[in-house]
Design a protein around this ligand. Structure first.
Ligand code: N01
Length: 514
């Protein structure tokens, strides 16, 4: 008879091996919290940078800022890094850090359930079970592709794939390709496809529902001398990084307080359109009618010229249906398609991981958030979910700077929490409801008057209640200040029902105060 293997006990279970999961592993290790496992459903570290391999994939945050603060990279090839370089960087940091022995790849979390008896998260994976004191989710805000619900899409007989699941086995040469969507991924994909198809006699149709503001990308490659200077001149690269950081933070008031300042961005984007497109009708089609910044501002020098190329058609009529052989637009025009690329974004305000996490009251995080949208204290902890820490949680994302800064801020908080819990005798804590509510109310108050609310667009930043539960409405250094230390006073200690299961002394069943 098969015997059931008991769950493996660990102090910390980290879900996801992208920037967030890796950073957590490294920093916990440094703090002496070495008993952790990182579960990753994919085959390598990197998260979104491992998975998004579409042609042209690159970071639209400057390279100098797009690295860990504790692992600067003097070898970036250019001002903006392509995906393979970022993936190689993450891999090399992981290898150097000495934590990879605790990573379990090709393993998927099936569900995680708070167990009051043991004061642990009971986590089932497709490769064994775990009992973990803390559950740290670094599963990413942009990891689950959102597929469009277009009539007939299931009957399409050609090749179809999402931008984040690029099928490199599909031969595109000479084909008729359609891209649905014109967001951050599409503006990188379209120029690459256009060039490749032009060289092989193929055609590209780009289906645009809403135009985006696209400003020029300040591209340049670093010279050998610059790279040597980054490596050998003390403080040089850090000073450059600080300058880039300050420059991006200076843009925040135009997003949160004075949206009219976005007029400068709109002027730059209009110039970009005029430079890239000669046809007035096409220019008009790609010019947004909402305030820049309301949706993510995109950067590209190649997107508009690609749309203007002879082998490309920009279709702005809505898609009526997809047939086995092509796409029919609302005006009745039918266009034959061999390969359909769906660049329609991700599940952001309804994160799928939330369906798999069940808290103290027996409800899933998805259920709880279904009531009124995503809510968390400091974007990281959730009432009813003891010792759960969510990286890149509600209201932590950025439209203007590097998410790695946010991730490092949250990881400091989590590591301080882990230290605090150990000092207190491995208690389980969750944010007080009133404290969490006050935090969320303050964040939502700050949304009034932001460009995301007033800019006149529909965006994936907003949830189905119309609230922006995605972005941090302020400067990143303010976020870091809020999370500078684990504020015990904001938390309640959660009792375990069977005190004998408590491994270390339980100080009090009341609120822990700082
Ligand atoms: O997704 P998106 P993305 N029929 O949601 C359209 C990050 N990222 O993958 O605007 C027709 O921006 C939709 O139209 P509309 C970055 O944070 C970073 O491009 O909703 N069209 C839109 O045009 C980014 O913001 C980098 O009207 C449909 C597009 O699909 C985020 O990922 C690079 C449709 C979706 O755009 C997401 O970017 C790439 C439908 N049914 C991505 N449904 C970096 O460089 C949706 N659309 C760091």
């Amino acid at each position: 008879m098969a015997t059931q293997t008991p769950p493996r006990e660990v102090d910390h279970l980290i879900v996801g091996a992208g920037f967030a999961g890796l950073c957590t592993a490294i920093k916990l290790d440094e703090a002496g919290e070495r008993d952790f496992v990182v579960i990753e459903k994919d085959t390598d570290v990197g998260g979104t940078w491992h998975v998004n391999t579409y042609p042209g994939a690159a970071c639209d945050v400057p390279s100098q800022l797009y690295s860990f603060s504790f692992a600067l990279n003097p070898d970036w090839s250019a001002a903006y890094s392509p995906q393979p370089e970022i993936q190689a960087y993450i891999r090399s940091v992981a290898e150097r850090s000495g934590v990879l022995d605790r990573f379990r790849f090709s393993t998927t979390v099936l569900d995680a359930r708070w167990d009051a008896a043991t004061g642990c998260w009971q986590v089932r994976t497709d490769d064994g079970d775990y009992a973990a004191r803390t559950l740290i989710s670094g599963s990413g805000g942009l990891s689950e592709p959102r597929l469009p619900d277009i009539p007939g899409i299931g009957d399409f007989a050609g090749e179809v794939f999402h931008s984040a699941r690029w099928d490199h086995d599909v031969d595109l040469d000479g084909k008729r390709v359609a891209v649905i969507g014109t967001g951050a991924s599409a503006v990188q994909i379209v120029p690459e496809l256009q060039r490749r198809l032009a060289a092989t006699g193929g055609r590209l149709d780009v289906y645009q529902r809403t135009p985006n503001w696209v400003i020029p990308r300040n591209e340049r490659r670093y010279t050998r001398v610059e790279k040597a200077a980054f490596r050998h001149v003390p403080g040089l690269q850090r000073a450059l990084r600080a300058g880039v950081y300050a420059g991006l933070e200076a843009r925040v008031p135009a997003f949160v307080r004075f949206p009219q300042l976005q007029a400068a961005t709109e002027a730059a984007a209009k110039l970009n359109i005029r430079r890239g497109i000669a046809d007035p009708a096409l220019r008009e089609k790609v010019t947004p009618d909402y305030r820049a910044g309301c949706k993510r501002i995109l950067i590209s020098n190649a997107y508009y010229p690609a749309l203007a190329a002879d082998n490309v058609e920009l279709v702005t009529d809505p898609i009526a249906e997809i047939t086995p052989t092509g796409i029919v637009a609302a005006d009745g025009t039918s266009r034959e398609v061999d390969v359909l690329v769906v660049a329609t974004g991700f599940h952001v305000t309804d994160q799928p991981i939330a369906e798999h996490i069940t808290g103290r009251e027996g409800r899933t995080l998805a259920d709880v958030w279904g009531d009124a949208g995503m809510r968390a204290y400091k974007g990281t902890t959730v009432h009813g979910f003891p010792n759960l820490f969510q990286l890149v949680g509600p209201n932590t994302a950025l439209g203007h700077s590097s998410m790695i800064f946010i991730i490092e801020s949250q990881v400091r908080y989590v590591v301080d929490a882990a230290r605090t819990l150990r000092r207190r005798g491995q208690v389980a804590v969750e944010p007080k409801r009133a404290t969490q509510d006050a935090w969320c109310a303050r964040v939502q108050d700050r949304m009034d008057g932001t460009v995301w609310t007033t800019g006149g667009c529909a965006s994936w930043y907003l949830d189905r209640f119309g609230n922006n539960t995605t972005l941090w409405p302020g400067q990143t250094f303010t976020f870091r200040r809020h999370l500078a230390r684990f504020d015990e006073g904001a938390y309640d200690v959660v009792a375990t029902t069977d005190p004998t299961e408590s491994i270390e002394p339980h100080p009090t069943k009341e609120t822990v105060t700082a």
